[in-house]
Design a protein around this ligand. Structure first.
Ligand SMILES: Nc1ncnc2c1ncn2[C@@H]1O[C@H](COP(=O)(O)OP(=O)(O)OP(=O)(O)O)[C@@H](O)[C@H]1O
Ligand SMILES: [Mg+2]
Length: 281
């Protein structure tokens, strides 16, 4: 976690997404999906959610997953964390298949899910791997609270801070695990528009300081265009075969931070919205 210790935040994210080794722990790792499928069976029959999903994420890359509600975005993300097992195919992290809850990953969800009786510092400390000694734990928590701008709120309880601050604490808790792969399931979905933009900028700062591999599920096309190296669109491919699969992949041009008013991004935005079945404006 060298970058966290030095708190070096660069705004130039144009660097190639290659692995960044970390003398204290985990390096960012690549993720591979090979012909992944997921079906759920019930008395009513079999419901195929995902079918034949294959793609690779490079170490240190930020990939956004977009798609209509129910198309299996969270299911795919859960498969990486080992919280759900695919019915067919595999997910591998750094060449090793995921088979059960995978300590190389950390997940942050739409709701911060903080423990209400613990302070913000203690909530972040929950993410630190159990093998760390007390001094190391304090050090990591202190640096992460600084990184997400919550140092002054270390002793507060979750009910005493705002939703955006709670979401920052949740991100810090996920980072405390020093994950090789950071999985974000609509992490800013419940926030107001302004806080959301601040959080997106924070995520880019965090990624520059701690260049982990990121898989981000979002409903927000603009968010995907701001944050991702690549956008994967899941949906129905129009055939009769049930289940959603990859219908489009977009490499997002330009170094981050990106100009939100750029005409190139505006064109991509319209085209992505059209792919999602929404008219661009
Ligand atoms: N454990 C489960 N048992 C049965 N069905 C499930 C289970 N988990 C997910 N599903 C089904 O899989 C489908 C995809 O769910 P998922 O949560 O992955 O969608 P999503 O793309 O994340 O949707 P949203 O954008 O609304 O969050 C849904 O129809 C859901 O009901
Ligand atoms: Mg979901």
């Amino acid at each position: 976690m060298s970058a966290l210790l030095s708190r070096t935040v660069s705004t130039d994210s144009a660097a190639p997404p290659t692995a960044v080794s970390d003398p204290q722990g985990t390096a960012a790792m690549p993720v591979s999906f090979e012909a992944l499928g997921r079906s759920f069976s019930s008395k009513a029959g079999t419901h195929t959610v995902l079918r034949d999903v294959s793609f690779d994420i490079q170490a240190g890359e930020i990939v956004a997953l977009l798609g209509p509600s129910g198309c299996g975005k969270s299911t795919l993300l859960r498969a990486v964390a080992g919280l759900d097992a695919p019915s067919t195919g595999t997910v591998s992290i750094d060449g090793t298949a995921v088979s059960g809850i995978d300590s190389r990953c950390a997940v942050a969800f739409q709701e911060p899910r903080l423990l209400p009786w613990k302070s913000i510092a203690s909530n972040v400390a929950v993410g630190v791997p159990s093998g760390a000694d007390a001094a190391r734990r304090r050090h990591v928590v202190k640096n992460l609270l600084e990184l997400v701008g919550l140092s002054k709120f270390a002793g507060h309880r979750p009910r005493e801070i705002s939703g955006g601050m709670a979401q920052r604490a949740s991100l810090a808790r996920a980072l405390a695990r020093n994950p090789a792969v950071l999985l974000l399931d609509e992490p800013f979905g419940a926030l107001d528009a302004l806080t959301r933009i601040t959080m997106q900028d924070l995520l880019l700062d965090v990624h520059a300081a701690e260049p982990t591999t990121v898989l981000l599920v979002t409903h927000d096309v603009d968010e995907a265009l701001q944050l991702a190296d690549r956008i994967i669109l899941l949906g129905s491919d129009g055939t009769d075969t049930p289940g959603c699969t990859i219908v489009r992949t977009v490499n997002v041009p330009g170094p981050r931070p990106r100009d939100r008013a750029s005409s190139e991004l505006a064109g991509l935005r319209s085209s992505l919205l059209a792919s999602l079945g929404v008219d661009g404006h």
